[in-house]
Design a protein around this ligand. Structure first.
Ligand SMILES: [Zn+2]
Length: 299
């Protein structure tokens, strides 16, 4: 009698069921959505990041199940190119490279959400629901299509900032499903991506856009990069692309649940002053010790 193969979950990308017995392209692999080359670059493997449950998780444990075929495809099509862009191509990047980067950040974001379905919201409560619901993942069809490279129309906004590589430990990571937002700072490159906003924010469809301008900000220190996150979240709220839960993490970020849901009814978006106000409120969530005076955005 043969032993029943162990269930290894679904491929986070194509949702193919994986077992310990599958072979070939269906073979189970681990996809580290915060990639190993970033671990190496910033010595992250032993470090931990904060979860909304106030628990910590080692960067080395941040992986999701992935079939071998998807893993290979993602490596060739986006991972290696993202690595080269971040480590050795000074921005501004070509439109093609920006599209690669958006797809890569969408992959990171999908990884975060899928992993969150296995993590309890309250570490101390055995009956606690998980941070993300499996149904949310099942319904994230468009997001998976973006990651698979099947979406060719503009789907997400990206802002690329020059950062001070010597401030902090040169690395930061933050994601929020309030705003479908993912931020990565590595060395002198800071990335803020509003996943699946229809590229609304990047194309200036909200009044927050001037405050997120790539050209007038930078080089950003660690705190200012976090403030960009607050602005980005406010911009998402103003564009009503927000959701009502939060996932905050980072080497210095304090996780705080945010129950505010902005449902603005402005016909042409809120005035910039109100976006600034929202950004200040959100800064509390993004980084506990942010001082508004540390940040000097264009007015
Ligand atoms: Zn797959």
């Amino acid at each position: 009698m043969s032993k029943k193969p162990a269930d290894r979950g679904l491929c986070f990308c194509c949702q193919k069921p994986l077992t310990s017995a599958t072979v070939g392209g269906d073979k189970f692999t681990k996809e580290h959505y915060i990639p190993q080359w970033l671990f190496k670059r910033h010595g992250l493997r032993q470090q931990t990041m904060d979860l909304p449950s106030k628990a910590e998780i080692a960067y080395g444990h941040l992986w999701v199940p992935c079939c071998e075929a998807c893993n290979g495809q993602l490596n060739t099509e986006i991972e290696e190119r993202a690595r080269v862009l971040i480590t050795s191509v000074p921005p501004p990047w070509s439109e093609e490279d920006r599209q690669i980067m958006k797809r890569w950040l969408a992959k990171v974001y999908l990884g975060v959400r899928v992993r969150a379905t296995t993590l309890p919201l309250d570490q101390k409560d055995p009956t606690s629901p998980t941070i993300a619901d499996q149904r949310e993942i099942d319904e994230a069809v468009l997001l998976r299509m973006v990651v698979q490279g099947l979406v060719t129309v503009p789907h997400s906004s990206l802002f690329v900032y020059e950062c001070d590589p010597n401030d902090g430990d040169g690395f930061d990571f933050f994601s929020s499903d309030v705003a479908n937002l993912v931020l990565v700072r590595s060395g002198s490159v800071g990335l803020a991506c509003m996943v699946l906003d229809g590229q609304l924010i990047e194309t200036g469809m909200t009044p927050a856009h001037p405050l997120l301008s790539e050209a007038t900000l930078g080089p950003l220190n660690a705190v200012s990069f976090r403030m960009v996150a607050a602005y980005a979240m406010a911009a998402c709220a103003a564009a009503d692309v927000s959701h009502d839960a939060i996932y905050v993490s980072g080497t210095d970020g304090q996780p705080r649940p945010l129950s505010v849901r902005f449902t603005p009814h402005w016909t042409s978006g809120p005035p910039a002053a109100q976006v600034r106000e929202m950004a200040m409120a959100m800064a509390e969530t993004v980084a506990a010790d942010v001082q508004w005076s540390d940040f000097n955005p264009p007015q």
